[in-house]
Design a binder for this molecule. Structure first.
Ligand SMILES: Nc1ncnc2c1ncn2[C@@H]1O[C@H](COP(=O)(O)OP(=O)(O)OP(=O)(O)O)[C@@H](O)[C@H]1O
Ligand SMILES: [Mg+2]
Length: 281
């Protein structure tokens, strides 16, 4: 009899508050945050600078402990870092003295896998991110987009439940960024891990995600939770779709939301553009 295995990577956050700093400088960076994310979902988190996005990712990675509330992955409380919850940052963190292959295989080495096995796994993941032929290169020999591919490979080689991404394409030029977004979606269709992707870029968030969470200014709370049902595979034509424009306008208003003001509501469908309030950037 075969046993159906539940997909891994479900996130359950309840009343999460995180305090940063110590003593008189201590402050709440994230406050009373509630959120459930299904296994395999692609979630983008958008919010103004300093609202606590990286703090939230840090808690998911296990680097920061909650002050109050709970944070579970697949029903187990996150109590510290784990290869099952890997992070990709904006700047690469590759070891410059190790080859691309050794960088990718490093996590497996730490876990005691033999050389042949970890190289086989590393080469398989490098092919997945489109870097076959670059295994013997040094990180400095790669362009920005390629370094970020190695970062992604380094996380994915551990077959993580969560892929956590903190503005991973923020330092790339526009065209490379677009290519990386398409590549990431392509990878994600093949390795259905849960992705939590933080970005400042509304277009990027709407293009990538199944679901978009928008955070308030500090202390960060979730002020919008949008389901994005655009068909996949997504192509760049999506950005000219009227529904994309409608959601983009709403996100812009949300990013300008300040405590005490009325929370922007999504305009009803079918309203002519001209009847929508003009938004000053
Ligand atoms: N270790 C720390 N000690 C004190 N304050 C901190 C620390 N780390 C971050 N902060 C502050 O905490 C707040 C939340 O930071 P966080 O990095 O989570 O924001 P963010 O939403 O990721 O911002 P950005 O979009 O600029 O990356 C910010 O005001 C930041 O300046
Ligand atoms: Mg940040």
């Amino acid at each position: 009899m075969s046993v159906m295995q539940a997909p891994e990577g479900r996130i359950d956050i309840r009343q999460l508050s995180i305090v940063l700093g110590t003593g008189a400088q201590a402050f709440e960076a994230v406050q009373g945050l509630d959120c459930q994310i299904e296994a395999g979902q692609f979630v983008c988190v958008l919010g103004p600078s300093g609202c606590g996005k990286s703090t939230l990712l840090g808690a998911l990675a296990g680097h920061l402990q909650p002050r109050t509330g709970t944070l579970d992955v697949d029903g187990v409380s996150v109590s510290g870092p784990s290869p099952q919850r890997g992070m990709v940052f904006q700047q690469h963190t590759l070891f410059p003295w190790r080859s691309v292959r050794d960088n990718v295989a490093f996590g497996l080495k730490m876990r005691g896998l033999g050389k042949a096995e970890r190289y086989r796994a590393a080469d398989e993941i490098l092919a997945l991110v489109g870097l076959e032929g670059f295994a013997g290169h040094w990180p400095d020999q790669l362009f920005g987009g390629m370094q970020q591919r190695v970062e992604i490979a380094r996380v994915l080689v551990n077959r993580p439940r969560l892929l956590l991404m903190d503005e991973p394409f923020g330092a790339l030029d526009a065209l490379t960024r677009l290519r990386m977004q398409e590549l990431l979606l392509d990878i994600w269709t093949r390795i259905r891990t849960t992705v939590v992707f933080v970005t400042h870029d509304i277009d990027e968030a709407l293009f990538l995600a199944d679901r978009l969470l928008v955070m308030s200014p500090r202390p960060g709370r979730i002020i919008e939770d949008l389901r994005l049902d655009f068909a996949r595979p997504r192509t760049t034509e999506l950005v000219t779709h009227p529904e994309f424009t409608r959601l983009k306008r709403h996100c812009l208003e949300l990013l300008h939301y300040a405590e005490g003001r009325q929370l922007p509501r999504l305009n009803p469908l079918g309203l002519p553009e001209t009847s929508l309030p003009r938004f000053a950037l």
